[in-house]
Ligand binder design. Structure first.
Ligand code: SDX
Length: 449
């Protein structure tokens, strides 16, 4: 069976050049066993193209196969644009570099979810709503206290976000339900993360304060104590804003795809977000920020021998990977990693901290970027390579690094989920497969086996 996909461009009457006219219908021609099929080609606003195979099985009886979905688009989306070759990342068209420099995390969250930057009045309204909904039900503390000591904060967060539905039953009006759930999630996730940390240390829970901004409130809930008030530092608050802006969304990554897929079953948003948190936990995904620090600490214990780590990463017989390096989309330097790296220097200088792991990270990066293996495989630092250094400097415990990623990604998950439910073509996500197991066989009674 021969299958060919040939991009054919239907020239319109005046034969104008495709790159100038975008109102042409593009089609791909598929030839299977001598039969020709035409498939529509979708062209995105940045010129990205995809063959629309939504009718492929009905037309041809065939499906496509793409383990890991590296060549498969799950949706069209107007939220985030990435160009992996050029290292571009934009939220609703605005470059992440500009948002990191000029915006706040809450303003960026508003942009991602609503598609526009808020007015000052709208931003104030959201801040008031966050204050109104920043507390969690006191009974939730009993849940926290019953997790075994040493439970991973990501497992706790995923469970507790799912539990929010039990504390906040569904409202009859769908629109109102969505709005209040979005506000509750964005506001309470800080309180829940900080509460988890305090209880894990046997410390008194610190409540959110209406006089503090979103990020300052989180730092205060994490580190304020009855004996020593937390010395709020505006530069650290700003660093946390930038940290969360950089994590806010990233197209159809593993955890966002989990949120969309789980949400496609029409389950409540808390459950879909809980699934996203679980997906993010993995060391190949959001768990990499914790794995990077563990890797750098091992290199430190190994006398700073970062070259051994590079050799191990290249050895196909060794399962070791250079954590914080490589990316499914970026085949250039992750633009977020560039900003995070600069932030390391700024935050450590401000706190007058000398972190040897930062020196190892920079030496490791410099050596890897000169190594043929990393050059040939287009492996560059991703967001997770330097983010842990910033979090360490802030005093965030290593096992909470991915929780910090989850708080940052929450607006992106919400925006992507909202876009999926607003899509008139929204349907239950249910991929197909190619079966490779045994052909039909008969049941054999146990005494005859
Ligand atoms: C995040 O998708 C997103 O947008 C994610 C994220 C987001 O914001 O949501 O950006 C956040 O998850 C960042 C990535 C964090 N993970 C890590 O840092 C873990 C280490 N990196 C890798 O495991 C890997 O790079 C992945 C998982 C991130 C991406 O891998 P791919 O795209 O599945 O590519 P692959 O595993 O098929 O690797 C291709 C080749 C292989 O070599 P060959 O068999 O072709 O010879 O590159 C090699 C791999 O062995 N390779 C690495 C490597 N990453 C890829 N070799 C050594 N060290 C690495 N880190």
């Amino acid at each position: 069976m021969t299958v060919l996909i040939l991009p054919t461009i239907q020239q319109d009457s005046d034969n104008s050049d495709f790159t100038q006219r975008r109102d042409m219908m593009e089609k791909a021609t598929l030839i299977i066993d001598g039969k020709t099929y035409e498939l529509p080609v979708v062209v995105g606003s940045e010129g990205e193209k995809a063959i629309d195979i939504s009718n492929l099985r009905r037309m041809t009886g065939l499906i496509t196969l793409d383990p890991g979905y590296a060549n498969t688009g799950s949706c069209t989306s107007s939220i985030t644009f990435m160009d992996g070759e050029k290292g571009i990342l934009r939220y609703r068209g605005i470059p992440v570099e500009q948002l990191a420099e000029h915006s706040s995390f809450i303003e960026t969250a508003y942009l991602l979810i609503n598609g526009v930057l808020p007015t000052r009045e709208q931003l104030n309204e959201v801040s008031v709503l966050f204050n109104d909904h920043s507390l969690v039900h006191e009974d939730m503390q009993i849940f926290y206290q019953n997790f075994p000591r040493g439970s991973h904060p990501m497992g706790i967060l995923s469970a507790m976000v799912n539990a929010l539905r039990s504390f906040y039953p569904e409202l009859p009006a769908f629109g109102e339900e969505i709005n209040i759930t979005v506000i509750r999630l964005l506001s309470k996730v800080r309180t829940m993360a900080a509460m988890s940390y305090k209880i894990s240390r046997g410390h008194k829970v610190v409540y959110p304060r209406p006089d503090l901004s979103y990020c300052a409130n989180f730092l205060n809930m994490m580190f304020d104590t009855p004996v020593k008030p937390y010395p709020m530092d505006k530069d650290l608050v700003q660093a946390l804003n930038v940290f969360w802006i950089l994590h806010a969304d990233h197209e159809q990554n593993c955890s966002t795809s989990a949120v969309r897929l789980v949400g496609s079953g029409r389950v409540n948003l808390y459950a879909a977000i809980s699934a996203g948190i679980a997906a993010l936990w993995g060391p190949l995904h959001g768990g990499a920020n914790q794995a990077v620090i563990e890797m750098l600490s091992d290199i430190q214990k190994d006398g700073g021998n970062f070259r051994r780590a590079i050799e191990r990463a290249k050895d196909k017989k060794d399962a070791f990977r250079l954590m914080g390096f490589g990316h499914r989309v970026y085949k250039a330097y992750d633009p977020r990693a560039k900003i995070m790296k600069k932030m390391c220097d700024k935050v450590l200088a401000k706190l007058n901290i000398k972190d040897p792991l930062l020196d190892f990270a920079k030496e490791l990066e410099a050596a890897a970027l000169k190594d043929d293996y990393f050059i040939e495989h287009n492996l560059y630092p991703n967001i997770d390579f330097y983010s842990g250094i910033v979090l360490r400097a802030m005093g965030i415990p290593t096992n909470m690094f991915t929780v910090m990623f989850a708080i940052g990604r929450l607006p992106g998950w919400i925006a992507q989920w909202k876009e999926s439910i607003d899509d008139p073509k929204w349907k239950l996500g249910r991929p197909r497969q190619i079966y490779t197991g045994p052909k039909e066989m008969q049941y054999i009674p146990i005494d005859e086996r």
